[in-house]
Structures are given as structure tokens and as C-alpha cells.
Design a protein around this ligand. Structure first.
Ligand SMILES: *Cc1c(COP(=O)(O)O)cnc(C)c1O
Length: 428
């Protein structure tokens, strides 16, 4: 099994869990809980695996990685990836601002999203992003109008909805015809013809993104074939496509998943592109989860052990507002004590203090724990902190990045008073 990269793991010698050279229990003491902990090297090594596979055996670079920053947009994560040469996939004006804040090259940015506002389109055009991935026909016309007003040309790609089943959770499946994403497959050619005639639009690419936490490569190959068929047809009509963006979505192992590894997966896609005679097409990949998911954990402390005749509850100080995936998708995250103990194990539901029955982090977990112990919720590096809220007036957790033996606080814990500082009562 390959649940956790060795960079976050259990040391038999110490009877403790570590992130690189730092004990998780010690981090909880130093920074408090709940606490997100990321391993810099785990993120960087996943990136390097992708990047190495983008360079083909003959030495030519065939693809580029645009990290989907919605998975984890902490500036420290973005900055490390930027230093390794990553571009970014953005889905909002806020993410554009983050990318520019860390000094990303505008030409390394692609901007996706079904509901881009006029202001967001304007910002993207002024910034000079590499490509705007268009998700509907009305959006295409809005981009043309805005580009005209600004006296700029808009580089665009159409997001194809290839109507393939990614076999993932319905909430994270995006490439089926009844999903809100992309342009319906049968309308793509006609929309490209329309785009080619618009005065301020430059057709530069084509893209698709079929879902997330996909553990089987075959839906990707199906989508890829369908998109390559479109490229063939467009070429016949004289509409040239310079890049093919295959989106993200490669799954990670949360405990019992068996996704293809990054190298296998990338090779599979690039081999298919070459087999079909498109060896010169620039390919973009937009991984999010598979770069950061297993590079992070959420530390939480046991507040109470509430035992009962039917069920035992382990009540911890992290909750659905800190890590929403279990409540939102019934997602599984492995949960481990950060230090071994001699107490006898019991079966627990691990739950948070929030006033919702949906506030659970793990069900039916066998754990040898006592009050005050620190637990690590594994595989929490993607869609963890970024989805956190302040529900129940809970400040969001602090985030720490480990580099070797050093821990860097990369986001301070939110103070309670900051949560209502923008509010006013009616009393003058
Ligand atoms: C969310 C998203 C991604 C990344 O998905 P992961 O499953 O995290 O790899 C890539 N591209 C687009 C357009 C997305 O919306």
C-alpha cells in the first residue's frame, strides 16, 4: 500500500508520526490544534514526477504542469511550485490575485470557471494570461465584447464537455452532459466556427476536465480521443489549435484507492497523443489533488471520549468547518494517533464540536487513545484548508509547512475577534 509518501509517516523507532524531520505531536504542542501541516518535499517530489514525465524519452518537452491552485492556494505552496517552474490553473479573480502576488508569470496562467464575471475577465485580459478557458457560448461573446472595449485580443480555449463517466463521486464529476461544466460535445465545432469569426478572439487551444479523484485512466483516454477527433475536424476547417489542456483530476490513495501513479498516468496520456499523430501539440495538465493531497495532514486533539452502549464518540477539536470533505462527499480520511499508547483500542466515530450531525471526520475507527492525545487526519493537503469556513464562529486553523527539520508558520491561526471585526450592530 502507498497511502502516505514516506515523507509523512510513522517511525517505529520513536513510536511517533513525523512530517519530514519533525514530530507531529511536537508541532501540535508548538503551534496548537487544529493545525494543517504540509511537507514541502512531498509537494515538490510529486511535482517533479509530473514534470519529468512531461519530457519524452527523446528529450523533448511535450507537456507543462499548471497546478490547479483551488486544491491548496496557500502562498507558500504556490511559491514552492512556482520555483519549480509550475504554471497555474485559476478559477476566480481571487486566485488570479494570489498568483500575481507570488510573482507568477502571466503567461503561465490559464483561467477556467463556469461563471467568470466581467470584472474577472477584464482582470485576466489586462494581466495577459496565457488562455481563458471558455465554458459557454454567452461567455465567449462577453469575452469578445470586453476585449474589444479594452483594445486587446483574448486568447481562448473552449472547454469541451466530452460526456464521459469518470466513475467518481457525483459532486466531483464534471464531464457528463448533465454537469454544468463546459460546452456540450455536439456544439463544440459550431462554437469554434463562431469564435474564429469574432473580432477580438484568438483561438489558441481546446480543453476538458472530467472530474476529480479519478482512479482509472480509461475515462481520460476516452475523453482524450473525443477531443483529438475535434482537433482533427477543426484542422480540416483551418481552425488551428496550439494547445490541448487535459485538466486535472488524477486521484490519490486515501487508504484503499489504487490510482495509476503520476508517471504511468502522464505517460499513458502523452503516448496516446503521439500515437494519434499529435506529437507536436503542446499539452497542458492541471493537477491539483495529486500534487498536494497526500502532502498534508490535519492535526487535532481529543477533547472527550464519550462511550455508550451503541456507539463510542471521540470528540476532537477539529470539525467540518476545518475539513469539509467527509460532510460534503462522505469522503474517507485515515485517522491515526500521532503517538502510540498502551490503552486498549476501541471503535469510535471521530466527530467535531459543531452543532450538526453531519459534523464527523471518520466513522467506525479503531483507535487506542485517551483525552488530550493528538490525532492526525491524513491526506488532508488538498481541499482541506481551502474549503474551511468560520461556521460556529470558529477561527480557521493555522497552517505550517515543514522543510527538513524546520517548521514554518505559513498562515496564522485566525483570532476570534477578527471573525466579527467587519460586522456592525444597528446602534449608532
Ligand atoms: C478542480 C480542477 C482541476 C484540479 O482537479 P484535481 O482533481 O484537484 O486534480 C483542474 N482543472 C480544473 C478546470 C478544475 O476545475
Amino acid at each position: 500500500m502507498n497511502v502516505i509518501p514516506a515523507l509523512i509517516g510513522f517511525s517505529e523507532k520513536n513510536g511517533q508520526w513525523f512530517a519530514e524531520g519533525v514530530s507531529l505531536a511536537q508541532l501540535a504542542k508548538d503551534f496548537g490544534t487544529p493545525l494543517y501541516v504540509y511537507s514541502k518535499e512531498a509537494i515538490c517530489s510529486a511535482y517533479r514526477a509530473y514534470d519529468a514525465a512531461c519530457i519524452r524519452p527523446n528529450g523533448t518537452r511535450r507537456a507543462r504542469i499548471h497546478y490547479a491552485m483551488k486544491a491548496n492556494s496557500n502562498l507558500a505552496v504556490l511559491d514552492e511550485l512556482k520555483q519549480l517552474g509550475a504554471g497555474f490553473d485559476l478559477v476566480s479573480g481571487g486566485e488570479l490575485a494570489r498568483a500575481l502576488h507570488i510573482g507568477a508569470d502571466p503567461k503561465s496562467l490559464v483561467f477556467a470557471g463556469v461563471g467568470k464575471s466581467s470584472l474577472e475577465i477584464e482582470d485576466a485580459l489586462r494581466t495577459g494570461v496565457k488562455c481563458i478557458n471558455v465554458e459557454s457560448i454567452p461567455e465567449l461573446h462577453r469575452i469578445n465584447t470586453i476585449a474589444k472595449k479594452l483594445g486587446l485580443r483574448a486568447p481562448i480555449s473552449l472547454r469541451v464537455n466530452p460526456d464521459v463517466d469518470a466513475n467518481t463521486h457525483p459532486y466531483i464529476s464534471t464531464g457528463l452532459k448533465d454537469n454544468k461544466f463546459g460546452i456540450a460535445y455536439h456544439e463544440v465545432l459550431k462554437t469554434y466556427r463562431e469564435a474564429a469569426l469574432l473580432s477580438h478572439i484568438d483561438v489558441v487551444g481546446i480543453d476538458c476536465h472530467i472530474g476529480s479523484q479519478i482512479t482509472n485512466a480509461s475515462p481520460y483516454l476516452d475523453a482524450l480521443d473525443k477531443v483529438l477527433d475535434l482537433i482533427t475536424q477543426l484542422q480540416r476547417e483551418g481552425i488551428l489549435i496550439h494547445h490541448l489542456d487535459l485538466g486535472g483530476g488524477l486521484g490519490i490513495d486515501y487508504g484503499s484507492d489504487a490510482p495509476p501513479n503520476i508517471t504511468e498516468f502522464t505517460n499513458l496520456l502523452l503516448n496516446r497523443v503521439e500515437e494519434r499523430g499529435y506529437g507536436n501539440l503542446e499539452v497542458l495538465l492541471e493537477p491539483g489533488r495529486s500534487l498536494v493531497g497526500n502532502a498534508g495532514v490535519l492535526l487535532t486533539e481529543v477533547e472527550y471520549l464519550k462511550t455508550g452502549s451503541d456507539k463510542n464518540f471521540c470528540i476532537v477539536n477539529a470539525a467540518m468547518n476545518d475539513l469539509m470533505r467527509p460532510a460534503l462527499y462522505e469522503a474517507y480520511h485515515a485517522i491515526v494517533p500521532t503517538q502510540t499508547s498502551n490503552v486498549s483500542p476501541r471503535l469510535y466515530d471521530v466527530v467535531g464540536p459543531v452543532c450538526e450531525s453531519g459534523d464527523w471526520l471518520g466513522k467506525d475507527r479503531m483507535l487506542a487513545i485517551s483525552e488530550g492525545d493528538v490525532l492526525a487526519i491524513l491526506s488532508a493537503g488538498a481541499y482541506g484548508f481551502v474549503m474551511a469556513s468560520n461556521y460556529n464562529t470558529r477561527g480557521r486553523a493555522a497552517e505550517v509547512m515543514i522543510d527538513g527539520n524546520q517548521a514554518f508558520l505559513v498562515r496564522e491561526r485566525e483570532t476570534v475577534s477578527s471573525l466579527y471585526e467587519k460586522e456592525r450592530t444597528l446602534n449608532k
